[in-house]
Design a protein around this ligand. Structure first.
Ligand code: NAP
Length: 299
């Protein structure tokens, strides 16, 4: 039997619950894993709330990424024998918030021994998004990268990637995260009224790229100091349509690359570990919109 955290209807968190079911069989292109850690992302509660539509089959398993050990291999899958330590994206209809789940082999890589399961588990979403957002437009050493939402899951990793490349990273976050951002190597800036002026002051007037992870007023402030074609957003499709801000582009090799970088010890995704039994608390923390670093569930 397998335990999975699911939502049974679209809407609020009251529809979340644990679900016991038979151990799944991996289909073509799939791997069954024993989950060691699973990332918790804003996507998970947004899907439950119906923000992406209400068409998914219910109950719907929560969590889109997991790290673990291969337990069974589907037809046509090569390169992941039973016992391999892996990290990847879950297959359609499955969820990472579980003791066992099914991954898409095409979106899975071997986990290097030097990388913990808990750090690896956040690489398919936060790691890949941070990688994509800092490589879509290549900056030179010393150029200025502004990250809006720098203290969250994606921002924490993007800030450190900026440090690896010796960019001048300005991190925008709430008051409580200013020291945290300093610790990651960024120049911290508080969001809220006057943000455009604070960005001008912190950057001495030149900003080469903005990675926007929050949208809304912070993004509008960034538009006052940098042209739309130097802003990449992961969240604000309205600003893409209205101002020509760039949408995030995905590099298919990003998971392999960011897992390698993390395994060299160059990135610490600042993971908070929560027992799977407290999945609801972890989702609520992320849904609150002000969490720090990344959160993973461990069965
Ligand atoms: N398109 C994609 O492929 C993709 C992939 C991954 C994520 N995303 C999206 O990208 C966003 C960020 O993801 P995440 O995992 O990093 O989320 P997260 O961990 O929840 O972090 C968001 C951060 O933003 C900060 N914040 C809140 N309001 C802010 C404001 N007005 N200005 C600046 N910072 C603010 C929050 O803390 P403080 O307020 O305390 O600073 C928090 O640390 C989410 O909306 C997610 O859905 C999209």
């Amino acid at each position: 039997m397998t335990t999975t955290y699911v939502f049974t209807d679209f809407g609020s968190a009251e529809h979340e619950q644990f679900f016991e079911g038979p151990t799944p069989e991996p289909g073509p292109g799939q791997l069954l894993i024993d989950v060691r850690a699973a990332g918790v992302n804003p996507y998970d509660w947004k899907l439950r709330s119906g923000l992406f539509g209400r068409k998914a089959k219910l109950p719907r398993a929560m969590g889109v990424e997991a790290a673990g050990v291969v337990r069974a291999v589907g037809p046509d899958v090569e390169g992941f024998p039973v016992g391999t330590e892996v990290v990847g994206t879950v297959a359609k209809g499955f969820g990472g918030y579980a003791d066992q789940t099914v991954l898409r082999a095409a979106a899975t890589v071997e986990k290097p021994a030097a990388l913990s399961f808990t750090d690896a588990a956040v690489m398919p979403v936060a790691g890949v998004t941070a990688y994509d957002g800092t490589h879509q437009i290549e900056l030179e050493r010393g150029q200025t990268l502004v990250i809006l939402g720098a203290g969250g899951g994606v921002g924490t990793i993007a800030t450190q990637i900026g440090g690896v490349h010796k960019f001048n990273v300005i991190g925008v976050a709430g008051e409580s995260k200013q020291d945290y951002l300093r610790g990651l190597g960024a120049t911290p800036v508080v969001y809220g009224p006057g943000l455009a002026d604070r960005l001008r002051a912190a950057s001495s007037g030149t900003i080469d790229l903005v990675l926007d992870l929050v949208g809304g007023d912070s993004l509008r402030a960034a538009l006052e100091v940098v042209s739309a074609d130097r802003i990449i957003t992961t969240v604000d499709s309205g600003a893409v349509a209205e101002h020509g801000v760039l949408e995030l582009q995905h590099d298919p090799e990003a998971l392999k690359k960011i897992v390698d970088v993390a395994s060299y010890g160059l990135i610490d995704p600042q993971v908070t570990v929560v027992p799977l039994a407290e999945a609801g608390r972890a989702v609520a923390e992320v849904e609150g919109g002000h969490s720090t670093g990344n959160i993973v569930l461990v069965p």
